[in-house]
Design a binder for this molecule. Structure first.
Ligand code: DX5
Ligand code: ZN
Length: 219
């Protein structure tokens, strides 16, 4: 079994029982909890904000891996940090001052991530590579769970893996969208060190959370 990190996306959980769902995936072996924040502006869907993260915080000690699909982003970073986010990931496509966004996240004492849409090239990362604690490659277009994995993103994961290895960086390389046990190994082989999965875990019912998380770890 690989030592890839598994970050279940609570977007696919039962929102009426979120605390219980977070405790269940924690007990089932999740390494982090992926929180998708959508604003109905940067992406065509609306999910949750800092208040929900704050209420979930006492339910687990695992890191909150917060994926911000919002624009503008800078004005909200402090609220997410105070709510209990551990890693805060933003999209460079969401605003003109991404370097500033990263500096604000780090000043707040949190780990900083960059998320790339499927059409965004890996080279966008070059000027900020050393500033990043996490790189999130989106393998679906952001906005919705349950979409099909976009195969072309495997090449982008390989490209980023090469960049990180050349620079001797231990940055987490996370892949998000359409991950299922059937493609997880290919994503790991391409160089990912963390996998986000929503429907592949929460869609199967609580009795199967541990088995699904184990299946995503691959060989
Ligand atoms: C999409 C989100 C993903 C999504 C993953 O905008 O960033 O985290 O919830 O869900 P699945 O695993 O169902 O594709
Ligand atoms: Zn996400």
């Amino acid at each position: 079994m690989s030592n890839v990190l598994i970050s279940p996306s609570i977007l696919a959980a039962d929102f009426a029982r979120l605390g219980e769902e977070v405790r269940a995936v924690d007990a089932a072996g999740a390494d982090m909890i992926h929180v998708d924040v959508m604003d109905g502006h940067y992406v065509p869907n609306i999910s949750i904000g800092p208040v929900v993260i704050e209420k979930l915080r006492p339910h687990t000690k695992k890191p909150f891996d917060v994926h911000l699909m919002i624009s503008p982003v800078d004005a909200y970073l402090e609220a997410f940090a105070e709510a209990g986010a551990d890693i805060i990931t933003a999209h460079p496509e969401a605003g003109p001052h991404f370097h500033r966004t990263l500096q604000v996240i780090k000043k707040l004492g949190k780990k900083a991530g960059a998320a790339l849409n499927p059409s965004t090239p890996a080279d966008v990362l070059d000027p900020v590579l050393e500033e990043l604690d996490l790189i999130l490659v989106m393998s679906v277009n952001p906005g919705f769970g349950g979409q099909k994995f976009i195969e072309s993103q495997l090449r982008k994961i390989e490209t980023i893996r090469t960049k990180l290895d050349r620079a001797d960086l231990k940055t987490i390389l996370e892949v998000d969208g359409g991950i299922v046990p059937g493609n997880a190994q290919a994503v790991i082989d391409a160089g990912a060190t963390a996998l986000v999965a929503g429907s592949a875990i929460f869609g199967k019912g609580a009795a199967r959370y541990a088995a699904e998380i184990a299946a995503l770890r691959g060989r």
